[in-house]
Write a protein that binds this ligand. Structure first.
Ligand code: IVH
Length: 460
């Protein structure tokens, strides 16, 4: 088995080189995908098989030779984060302390796209170099790859275009394009990064990338007074800027705009994980300056959770190790904050009743941190006229009766329905075994959920 596996890995490596480095594949995409599938299937069946070139480990193809490095003339900083109103108040407070006075601050608000940042150097209107962010001080020279992006002009003929300018922006891939590549990359960000860092620019060309400008490094001569001036001019010169950029004043407007964008983010054709708020006045920006890692004049205000709209294909029930029956919505796969989600928990029977959740419904799901995605709301306007209320099964998957216990302290009926059969319920027993071997209990290395399932199915 191992020999067969390694033979397939070698085959994949050979075709990767032919495809990505030499641009001369000798097999069809279908045959190439079949090799990948064979490897993944073998790994699934025999968990001891592992190789660093397996498609389960490496995403796409890592170029063999390194790119040339180049030091950024102005560091590419990162941003400090805010997660709630308090963090934002603190952000403003620091600005007021620094300036020794309270003012109504004008901000340029820009969606924070989850992509890859890149810097473009233009001299006398000609694109002479393009680099990745790297560690912020030094980046990789990826000029030819960047030149394949349609949003990046190679020559600007305009009298007022600065003689020497570093333009900075985010390279990303649209969700609709990512959908076509889902099998090759874990999320849109990986797809953009994998594509951008191909040794052969012809490969970059194959994945349609976008580039939105958000800032600059050096500008000679400096002709801008505000971030808005910069963004307006840059779009006049033929670059792309995000159409959802806006100017807001003060914390109240920030909060209002933030809520609005959080609601509408799932309708955008790219992933955003928050909004960037930058002091609009460039003079004020330079007075405030930077800390070693981030500017004092900007903050990334992250969304509290990731939401997306999808449809319920089916509602199934799962039995936990305590016998608790949990309804789960099987949904049409959707990317929520870079992760493809196809299940969402419906918590319990009462939750389904309260929200009147039905099979076929269009729903908003939410993923916060590492917890299982949840159903936030149902769009009843989009409901099919023939849809029927979901009837919660009264029996466990093992066929036994279920019941809601009376809570000792409140004397009220529990929200959770449980199987009454205990260890004799094969579903409960299986879950109990999974728990016993898990990190939370005996932490048995090499004996996890999947092995328990396999042993169980083999009646071992
Ligand atoms: S401003 C000095 N604006 O977020 C200013 N960054 O966490 C630094 N990003 O490396 C960046 N959209 O890759 C800025 N509108 C935007 C952005 C943005 C996405 C990324 C960028 C940066 C990272 C910082």
């Amino acid at each position: 088995i191992r020999n067969n596996y390694l033979k397939k890995i070698d085959e994949l490596k050979k075709h990767n080189k032919l495809y990505f480095e030499n641009s001369s594949p000798v097999i069809s995409d279908k045959d190439y995908d079949q090799i990948k599938k064979d490897i993944l299937n073998l790994e699934k069946k025999f968990s001891y098989l592992k190789d660093e070139s397996s498609p389960s480990v490496s995403l796409g193809y890592t170029p063999s030779k390194n790119f040339i490095k180049s030091k950024h003339r102005v560091k590419m900083l990162s941003l400090s984060n805010a997660f709630d109103t308090k963090d934002l108040e603190n952000f403003e407070k620091k600005i007021f302390n620094y300036l020794n006075k309270k003012i109504e601050v004008e901000y340029s608000v820009e969606p924070k796209i989850d992509g890859i940042s890149a810097s473009l150097t233009y001299k006398n209107g000609l694109l002479i170099m393009g680099t990745s962010r790297g560690d912020g001080t030094t980046g990789e020279v990826i000029t030819e790859n960047l030149k394949t992006i349609k949003d990046i002009p190679q020559k600007i003929i305009s009298k007022d275009f600065p003689r020497d300018i570093d333009i900075r922006g985010e390279v990303f891939i649209k969700r609709s394009e990512f959908d076509k590549l889902k099998n090759d990359f874990a999320n849109p960000r990986n797809a953009a990064s994998g594509s951008l860092r191909q040794k052969n620019p012809e490969q970059t060309k194959k994945i349609p990338l976008k580039y939105f400008i958000y800032g600059f490094g050096i500008i000679e001569p400096m002709i801008f007074k505000t971030q808005l001036d910069f963004l307006t001019k840059i779009s006049e010169w033929g670059f792309s800027v995000n159409p959802n950029n806006k100017i807001v004043r003060g914390l109240d407007e920030i909060e209002k705009h933030h809520n609005f964008m959080e609601e509408s983010r799932s309708s955008l054709d790219y992933d955003i994980d928050g909004l960037v708020y930058k002091i609009n006045n460039l003079d004020l920006q330079s007075r405030l300056g930077n800390t070693s890692s981030s500017p004092r004049w900007a903050v990334a205000y992250k969304f509290s959770s990731e939401k997306a709209i999808t449809k319920i294909k089916n509602i199934i029930i799962q039995v936990g190790r305590t016998g608790a029956i949990t309804p789960v919505a099987k949904v049409e796969p959707v990317t929520v904050g870079g992760v493809v989600v196809s299940n969402a928990t419906l918590h319990n029977e009462d939750e389904i009743k309260r929200k009147d959740i039905r099979i076929g419904d269009t729903i908003t799901i939410q993923r916060a941190g590492d917890v299982i995605p949840q159903v936030v709301s149902v769009d009843k306007l989009k409901r099919n006229k023939n849809s029927v209320k979901f009837v919660f099964p009264e029996k466990c998957l093992c066929g036994s009766k279920t019941q809601k216990e009376i809570n000792n302290s409140t004397n009220k009926e529990d929200a959770v329905r449980r199987c009454t059969r205990g260890y004799d319920c094969s579903f409960i027993a299986r879950e109990k075994l999974k728990h016993i071997v898990s990190k939370e209990a005996f932490n048995i290395d090499g004996l996890g959920k999947k092995v328990i399932d396999q042993f169980w199915d083999l009646k071992l």
